[in-house]
Design a protein around this ligand. Structure first.
Ligand SMILES: Nc1ncnc2c1ncn2[C@@H]1O[C@H](COP(=O)(O)OP(=O)(O)OP(=O)(O)O)[C@@H](O)[C@H]1O
Ligand SMILES: [Mg+2]
Length: 219
């Protein structure tokens, strides 16, 4: 029997952090947690989740490609414009909770802090790409580089092949974003076991989405 869907406000929740910090693992757990509670929820990834954005993702991550920092920035924003106009905006309009595996904070951190592009220019492009849609909540999974690198299994993509100094700037960039936007960005210690991290994630989601624990336990 199809589960009755619970009424709730639309919401964009983003999962951020350096490569290997556990974004995808936690986003998938969050998807299961919220859909298990009968919520209208969709899991997307950036760059990607539309035909064109996935093609741009391939260009960006292919190690055989080399490109200028500005080309890289504009490709991320182009992919973002597609996912926002074709997926995120319509889904929000139809009342979905969207979980997005990376969003514009990744571009601020990687292309702004990592590549040292002008942060104001980078942020201005986010506005162009998103038409002012901003995450309602961002979970930043903070992890030291040594642990993040030790979790790598597959061959590294173009961005993952950057130097330790680059990733240090990216990590510091994410933390700086969180410091400036404390209300939106919640920092989660990602050096702990998956289940322990998810206990924090589910607590933050429960609070943000005002999930009634007594009702949800009866599901
Ligand atoms: N808390 C954890 N402790 C140990 N290993 C973990 C933890 N979370 C995830 N992993 C493992 O680390 C690897 C990277 O996790 P995951 O793919 O979720 O990270 P990610 O942030 O999505 O990485 P990427 O940025 O490369 O997409 C996976 O093999 C995953 O199973
Ligand atoms: Mg991932």
């Amino acid at each position: 029997m199809k589960k009755k869907q619970r009424q709730h406000d639309p919401c964009l929740i983003t999962f951020e952090g350096i490569d290997g910090c556990g974004k995808t693992t936690q986003a998938m757990l969050a998807f299961r947690f919220l859909s298990g509670k009968g919520m209208k929820v969709k899991l997307l990834r950036e760059p990607g989740s539309t035909r064109i954005s996935e093609q741009i993702r391939d260009i960006l991550l292919n190690r055989k490609n080399s490109m200028s920092d500005i080309t890289e920035l504009l490709l991320y924003e182009a992919a973002r414009s597609e996912i926002v106009s074709r997926e995120i905006a319509p889904l929000l309009a139809s009342g979905y909770i969207i979980l997005c595996d990376r969003f514009y904070d990744s571009t601020t951190a990687y292309q702004g802090y990592g590549r040292k592009l002008d942060i104001k220019m980078v942020r201005a492009l986010h506005k162009v790409a998103t038409g002012n849609i901003a995450p309602d909540l961002t979970l930043l999974f903070d992890l030291d580089l040594k642990t993040a690198f030790s979790r790598r299994t597959q061959q590294l993509d173009r961005l993952e092949s950057q130097s330790k100094a680059f990733f240090n700037r990216v990590r510091r960039g994410f933390l700086e974003i969180a410091r400036k936007e404390r209300r939106r960005v919640k920092v989660v210690d990602a050096a702990r076991p998956v289940k322990v991290i998810f206990a924090d994630v589910s607590r933050i989601l429960t609070k943000k989405l005002k999930i009634d624990e007594s009702i949800s336990r009866s599901n």
